[in-house]
Design a protein around this ligand. Sequence first.
Ligand SMILES: [Zn+2]
Length: 108
Amino acid sequence: MSNFVWCHGPSCHKSHTQDRIRGVKGSKVLRTKKVPVTEYHRNTMYSYFCSQGCYNDFANKYVREVIAIAPRTEALETPIEVVKEQARDWSGRDYMETRILTVDTNGG
Ligand SMILES: [Zn+2]
């Protein structure tokens, strides 16, 4: 059972860092980094990428394919109620506060 995945960054193996160097003198390579599988990173992008940079490289390269999974063809809307209330700041001055309340549309 492996406890790592290879970083999915398309250029991970091209970054000039010492921790990517593998091989012996005369046949050295820069290798894709291993990403440890941990409970802490489960279901986050850090389960698949060694860094924010590698994640951005992947997202920029495959953005069309990713968007095709769940394309947005129309705007979404969240029902709200706008409430204006008199409030007082830390120094005792009164001001009008605008609060945006989400309206429960599920009847619960
Ligand atoms: Zn990487």
